[in-house]
Design a protein around this ligand. Structure first.
Ligand SMILES: [Zn+2]
Ligand SMILES: [Zn+2]
Length: 439
């Protein structure tokens, strides 16, 4: 029997050795050799797109994890060079092609920067890229040099930080596709190397000499917003990318924010499936970036966004925000609220209700019923909550009609005082409106 492949789900660890997710890896298995010996023919494990069935958009399977392009060596970052090229100003940027952040592929920061290029950035741009965060396994060091400072007026005098690539962990068994993220600390790395690959093979550290530099300079009077940066990317990596990512990029964050703003009430599952569209479903959250392909992560991020908006399930601010939104949506409905150390009240009155407080007095033959107020005890879940309602008899429809509703978190004098104040304000507003109409 010929060789077949089998999907294995393996844990993915970040640089600190903490498990952050799972990756799916194709493993070759041979029916005749069940001992784990691997055959040479290679399965294609480099699809950049998740497998999707375009013929059946309704049966979209968001649970399949999109795989990262694991070409070896990894693809180089493409960019449009500046024209003309500025002169280099220090030893580190000699012969390195200059470009701009917006000239990089896709017009945004590449979290897998690869190959020689350099960029100048303002502090705002630098922060917007999450400090030029990368997905490679790296270790940062300060390059010691005399008189270098962030306050330097020249790039050559700026403070230098370098990021050394830590390479990848690979398996020594031919045909095994395992790729691991090396830990930063050598003790952790040794532990990783002493462990066996899932195929039973010996792991090996594939070193890489790529080293990137960040020069920080131009800061005026300690004001961080004036800081300038020159980033010089290292030589091309001599290995593939890593199968798991440790973070989202700033651009992915922005796209997720937009998705959330468009569907603020969607659950994480709904975000994973994508918005209903005429032909099945729209893009899934998993299409936003590798990390969003993990439902647990998308769910976590969704809660973070909700919290930020005060919409979190347990957020008191969320309720206030919702009240404000409601008021904005129903601007013709006078809604007033009051919170003090003693009372919480929210009053509601539509324009029609307000008009009813001032009955038509032209036909004085009709008996006047006046305003009737009462508080319902069991309307709200809160046992102390009251729904205070003031009603008036409408001779037109021959019914009692409500003119003011108040939620009150109790039934003290202060609660009623508030309710009647709002009632009188409403009557006064109606009188003013009618007088204006008569003038
Ligand atoms: Zn292996
Ligand atoms: Zn590398």
């Amino acid at each position: 029997m010929g060789p077949t492949t089998e999907m294995h789900t393996l844990p993915v660890f970040d640089e600190n050795g903490i498990q952050i997710g799972f990756q799916q890896v194709n493993r070759l298995i041979s029916q005749t050799q069940p001992t784990g010996n691997l055959v040479k023919s290679q399965p294609n494990i480099h699809p950049s797109q998740p497998a999707s069935d375009s013929l059946h958009p309704n049966s979209k399977n968001w649970t399949s994890i999109p795989l990262i392009d694991l070409s070896n060596p990894a693809a180089l970052t493409t960019f449009i060079p500046l024209d003309p090229q500025p002169l280099s100003v220090c030893e580190l940027d000699q012969g390195v092609i200059a470009t701009l952040l917006g000239n990089l592929q896709g017009g945004e920061w590449d979290p897998w920067p690869n190959g020689r290029f350099r960029l100048d950035l303002t502090h705002t741009e630098y922060m917007a890229t999450k400090r030029l965060a990368v997905q490679w396994a790296t270790k940062s060091n300060t390059t010691r040099s005399r008189n270098s400072s962030v306050g330097s007026s020249t790039i050559a005098g700026g403070k230098i930080l370098n990021k050394k690539c830590l390479g990848v962990l690979i398996c020594t068994v031919e045909g095994c596709q395992f790729i691991g993220r090396p830990q930063v600390e050598s003790a952790g790395l040794q532990k990783q190397l002493s462990a066996r690959c899932y195929c039973g093979g010996q792991l090996k550290h594939d070193h890489c000499s790529s080293r990137s530099y960040l020069i920080t300079w131009g800061q005026q009077d300690g004001d961080i917003s004036t800081t300038q940066y020159r980033y010089i990317n290292g030589t091309a990596h001599t290995h593939s990318r890593l199968p798991g990512v440790v973070r989202t990029t700033a651009a992915e964050d922005q796209r997720f924010r937009t998705v959330y703003e468009n569907r603020p009430n969607a659950t994480s599952t709904q975000l994973m499936v994508g918005a209903p569209a005429p032909q099945g479903f729209g893009p899934s959250a998993a299409d936003l970036g590798q990390k969003f392909s993990q439902r647990a992560y998308t769910s976590y991020r969704l809660n973070q966004e909700k919290k930020k908006d005060g919409n979190g399930p347990t957020s008191a601010f969320g309720n206030l925000q919702n009240l404000q939104k409601w008021k904005g949506k129903h601007s013709t409905v006078p809604c007033k609220d009051y919170v003090s150390s003693d009372i919480v009240c929210i009053s509601l009155q539509t324009e029609w209700m307000q008009q009813q407080t001032l009955p038509d007095m032209s036909d004085v033959g009709d008996p006047l019923h006046g305003l009737l107020s009462d508080a319902a005890h069991k309307y709200w879940e809160d046992p102390n909550g009251r729904l205070i309602v003031t009603s008036i008899y409408s001779p037109l429809i021959e019914k009692w009609v409500p003119v003011l509703f108040t939620y009150a978190n109790g039934a003290t004098i202060a609660h009623y005082e508030y309710h009647f104040l709002i009632l009188i304000e409403g009557i006064a507003a109606t009188v003013t409106k009618r007088q204006r109409r008569c003038d």
